[in-house]
Design a protein around this ligand. Sequence first.
Ligand code: NAD
Ligand code: MG
Length: 344
Amino acid sequence: MLRCLRVLPARVTRNFSRWCSNYVARMRFINRLKEDEGACLTALESGDVFLYHTLAPLLRKTQQGVFQLPLLPFKDLEGILNRLGKDGSMVKDSVLITCTEQNRALFCLDVGELDQQAVEKECGGNFVDLRKAFFTLRGEEAPLVARGQALLRWHQGNGFCSASGKPTTRNQAGSQRVCHSNGLVYYPKMSPVIITLVSDGKRCLLARQASFPRGMFSALAGFCDMGETLEETLRREVAEEVGLEVVSVRYSGSQHWPFPQSSFMVACHATVSPGNTQVDVDHEELEEARWFTLEEIRAALKLRTPPRNPRDQPPTIWVPPSYAIAHKLIREWVDDQEHPYDGK
Ligand SMILES: NC(=O)c1ccc[n+]([C@@H]2O[C@H](COP(=O)([O-])OP(=O)(O)OC[C@H]3O[C@@H](n4cnc5c(N)ncnc54)[C@H](O)[C@@H]3O)[C@@H](O)[C@H]2O)c1
Ligand SMILES: [Mg+2]
């Protein structure tokens, strides 16, 4: 980032430093809310809450037909709960998600114990499956609903201490749970996963699991074993799933992936040597894996995803949609092929 800043005009760097100091203040504020119960409650009372019903987020359609995540001010939500015959103090069960750039704390709450349709009517929206919400929402809202569901799911599954069997209690922010009988502290869990696009210099390797939608191919992925480095996981997964030995690895980016449970996806490009490209698929894990040319990948990227006509014969090859980190890896690979790095 600093290297980029050197070549930016002074106006841009001034704006960046203003954004940066606001960013630092926000991050410190969020961190304080995780530690200070009183400050967190005050932030909730002047903040906004978005809702789930049994882990399905509430979305609202605007007059322009765009789906949005409705943010309900604390007082409004208290009123809604009272009208639905619930004690408004239930809002205090909300879990801290973030703080907006306008410095409003943002929380989420699962109202699964209330009648779904009654809440939808009161709030003017619909509870929809997370996968659909993730598909439909724009920009920043998609990761927010994913994060909210992951945290709520974690709370719902960690009400008891695995050592004592006694109930655990959460802090106001919902960033941890404690067993008071033995002092054990539990934090939200994610499973680290490596996802990698393997290239032989001219082609890239994509695979499909039997459970994927018809025609969809993606990068190779696998969970990290205890004690492994990411590089070790990557080399092992590629060897296990397609019988190839990786010779180089380059980090690309990461993404929280909420399906089916919370994974922390770390995306990397990998290469095999051009003389070692014979694929040997582990059919326990994968239905198919094969090399794709640049032309085939360009054609797949042009398709609307998922395609309208999944029953076509023969099936069209398509790749995961733009919100999936696999898509980013595939686009980067195409860019690399079209504009190879010349080392300068
Ligand atoms: N975002 C994307 O673009 C993208 C693309 C492909 C896969 N993925 C995700 O990557 C994840 C891993 O991919 P995979 O299924 O090929 O992994 P994988 O190759 O490691 O195989 C899955 C198997 O690993 C075992 N396993 C080990 N640790 C596990 C854990 N913590 N949780 C669940 N199972 C565990 C289970 O036996 C499971 O059946 C999946 O959750 C998938 O949804 C994301
Ligand atoms: Mg796998």
